[in-house]
Design a binder for this molecule. Structure first.
Ligand SMILES: *Cc1c(COP(=O)(O)O)cnc(C)c1O
Length: 214
C-alpha cells in the first residue's frame, strides 16, 4: 500500500479526539512529502540534527514534534521552531528548554515523560517527580501540556494495557491541579489501539505508515 493510502486508512479508524503524529525518523523527505500531500502536518523525529535538516526542506506549516530523548546541549537547535517536545524527563532539561524558548521569544509546549514500564533502559521520570515539577510552575516560557509514556515491548496485551492505564490515571490526577493539561501521548504502531482504549489523545505512528526502518 502507498503511504497516502495507509495514512487515510489509519486516520479514518481513529476517534476524532486522537491526534496522529507521523513518526518519520530515518525516512527521506520524499516520503514525508507523500504524507504531507495526503494532509498530514504533524511529524515526529527523534534526532535533533535529522529534524533540523528536514525542517529546512519541508513546507513551513509542518509542526515538528521531538519524540526522542533530548540532550540539553541540543535544545538550542530546536528552540526556534519545535512545536512539541514529548520526552522531557528532568528539571535540568526543562530549565534549558525554558532558557532557549525565552531567547527565541517563544512559549514551547512540552510533555513530561513518565516511566510506566518495568523495562530498565527506558527514559522517564516518576509520577512523584512530575508532580513536583508541575507544582513549581516557574518556567515562564514553557507550557506543560501533559504526559508521554512508552509501554514495555512485550506480546502480553494485558501488561501493555496495565501500563497505559497507569499513565492515564496519573494524567487524571495531575489534571486536577493543572487543568490546562490536555495531551496524553501514548501508543505506537504495535500498541496504539490499546493506548486509545486507555485514553490516549496522541499517538506516535512510524512503521505502520512508512514501513519498517532499517
Ligand atoms: C520510533 C518511535 C515511535 C514510532 O514507532 P513505530 O513502532 O514505528 O510506530 C514512537 N515513539 C517513539 C518515542 C519512537 O522513538
Amino acid at each position: 500500500m502507498k503511504i497516502k493510502d495507509k495514512l487515510y486508512h489509519l486516520k479514518s479508524s481513529l476517534p476524532s479526539n486522537v491526534v496522529l503524529v507521523a513518526v518519520s525518523k530515518t525516512k527521506p523527505v520524499s516520503e514525508l512529502m507523500q504524507a504531507y500531500d495526503a494532509g498530514q502536518r504533524i511529524f515526529g523525529e527523534n534526532k535533533v540534527q535529522e529534524m533540523t535538516i528536514k525542517q529546512l526542506q519541508m513546507p513551513k506549516d509542518v509542526k515538528w514534534h521531538m519524540i526522542g530523548h533530548l540532550q540539553r546541549n541540543k535544545v538550542k537547535y530546536l528552540a526556534p521552531f519545535v512545536s512539541l517536545i514529548h520526552g522531557v524527563d528532568s528539571f535540568k532539561l526543562l530549565s534549558e528548554i525554558n532558557k532557549h524558548a525565552k531567547k527565541n521569544n517563544r512559549i514551547i509546549d512540552c510533555l513530561l515523560q513518565i516511566k510506566i514500564s518495568d523495562d530498565n533502559n527506558k527514559f522517564g521520570m516518576s509520577i512523584e517527580d512530575a508532580e513536583t515539577l508541575i507544582s513549581l510552575d516557574d518556567f515562564e516560557n514553557i507550557k506543560i501540556r501533559g504526559l508521554m509514556g512508552m509501554a514495555s515491548f512485550v506480546a502480553d496485551e494485558g501488561q501493555i494495557n496495565k501500563e497505559f492505564k497507569k499513565l492515564s490515571l496519573y494524567f487524571d490526577r495531575l489534571k486536577k491541579n493543572k487543568n490546562e493539561m490536555d495531551i496524553i501521548s501514548m501508543g505506537m504502531s504495535g500498541d496504539y489501539k490499546i493506548a486509545i482504549d486507555c485514553g490516549s489523545t496522541m499517538i506516535r505512528i512510524g512503521s505502520h505508515i512508512f514501513g519498517s526502518r532499517n
